[in-house]
Ligand binder design. Structure first.
Ligand code: E8H
Ligand code: MG
Ligand code: ZN
Length: 366
């Protein structure tokens, strides 16, 4: 099946603009929103084709038929919900492109086999396919059929994987038929391990394991990571994919702000449904009590910074630009945390007494 494919996997209006963007494909501040427009709303198909075919020539390495792969990626892209403000195909393309950049750093390049790199990039591309724009917690709380199917464990992540691999069963989409059985089995195992590691409930244990590896990791004299076992290699790849999944705050401020607006709107839409269902609202989901700045600072302090500091240690001297951008972005939101409303004298008498007693206290201290 050797149809002559368009240069970027998809037909584009402006080939020059597309070529210019593609020349920036190895940069951390790649503008995915602009890319989505130029690729005529096929950011994931074109990103996957450019990275796997043009940049890394991985399709040929595994006898993957390009037209079949493109057809498969069109189906995956169509199964990302366009109506999700955040968890849409542009997010999938963003995580894939971010992963491509990290895997291009010499400290990890040559450390991973082509199959491992292919698995990490493919996992990034499909890691949120058919995301409903709702959290695992919401699906369990509402006894959604997916939560019943996956017994409340990594419900979304299991669904993304099953969806992606189910399409691979269809003959006209099965681009992996050219791989030998051993390769295909290992590829599938790695993709499953990688996507399951994007479940935020695994974050703390993944971070702890990566820290252990950093402490023990022997960086060889040529500045390359030395990773012995499959588990150690998979752990680092899981760390890379998970870090890319929560990398928004390490990007240039305009890009970070755009992702923040999107995730917050998606959380608010979930909160609207929780409110209608009489459920407790999940964190950051109440549009009637917005806390965008505080949530971003909290997310950075508790989740993003600890992970990226550890990745920065593992990949030193790389990832330093991400850490400095992260601190800059933290200051942006920290400096905009609204003043807590001045504590007015409350109309609760005992509160009033407390207030008077504390001012009494202050007098006594003078
Ligand atoms: C750009 O900005 C964000 C992008 C993605 C997410 C995601 N969030 N989540 C969990 C929500 C609940 N969580 C928390 O409330 C964590 N937390 C604290 O513990 C203190 C403050 C704080 O935020 C854990 C992450 C997801 O599960 C999404 C899906 C997968 C990856 C990250 C996504 C959050 C963002 O900004 C808060
Ligand atoms: Mg996810
Ligand atoms: Zn994601």
């Amino acid at each position: 099946l050797k149809g002559n494919l368009p240069k970027f996997g998809v037909e584009v209006e402006d080939e020059d603009a597309m070529s210019l963007m593609v020349s920036q494909i190895n940069t951390w501040n790649f503008d995915l929103f602009k890319f989505a427009v130029i690729s005529k709303d096929h950011p994931l198909v074109s990103m996957a084709y450019v990275i796997l075919q043009s940049e890394r020539n991985l399709l040929r390495s595994y006898n993957v038929d390009p037209p079949t792969f493109i057809k498969y990626m069109f189906v995956i892209e169509a199964n990302y919900h366009k109506t999700n403000p955040y968890h849409n195909a542009t997010h999938g393309a963003d995580v894939m492109q971010s992963c491509h950049v990290l895997l291009g750093y010499s400290v990890v390049e040559q450390v991973f086999t082509d199959l491992e790199v292919f698995a990490a990039l493919f996992a990034s591309a499909i890691h949120d396919v058919d995301h409903p724009g709702l959290s695992n917690q919401f699906l369990s709380n509402t006894s959604n059929e997916l939560a019943i199917l996956y017994n409340d464990h990594a419900v979304l992540e299991n669904h993304h994987l099953a969806t992606a691999f189910k399409f691979l069963q269809e003959d006209e989409l099965n681009w992996a038929s050219g791989m030998d059985d051993k390769q295909r089995q290992l590829f599938r195992k790695m993709v499953i391990d990688l996507v399951l590691a994007t479940d935020m409930s695994k974050h703390l244990s993944l971070l702890a394991d990566i820290k252990t590896t950093v402490e023990s990791s022997k960086v060889a004299h040529n500045g390359k990571l030395v990773l012995e076992s499959y588990n150690e290699r998979m752990l680092v790849l899981q760390g890379i994919v998970h870090s890319c999944d929560i990398s928004s705050a390490t990007k240039a401020l305009p890009i970070y702000k755009a992702w923040t607006e999107r995730i917050i709107e998606e959380f608010y839409q979930q909160g609207d449904r929780e409110r209608d269902l009489g459920l407790n609202l999940s964190p950051m989901c109440d549009r009637q009590n917005p806390s965008i700045e505080k949530s971003q600072v909290g997310f950075i302090d508790f989740i993003v910074l600890p992970l990226w500091e550890t990745l920065g240690e593992l990949m030193f001297p790389y990832c330093q630009e991400m850490l400095s951008q992260l601190n800059e972005n933290r200051m942006y939101y920290f400096s905009r945390i609204p003043e807590s409303p001045r504590c007015s004298i409350t109309d609760e008498p005992e509160e009033r007494n407390n207030l008077i007693s504390s001012s009494e206290k202050r007098k006594n201290l003078r």
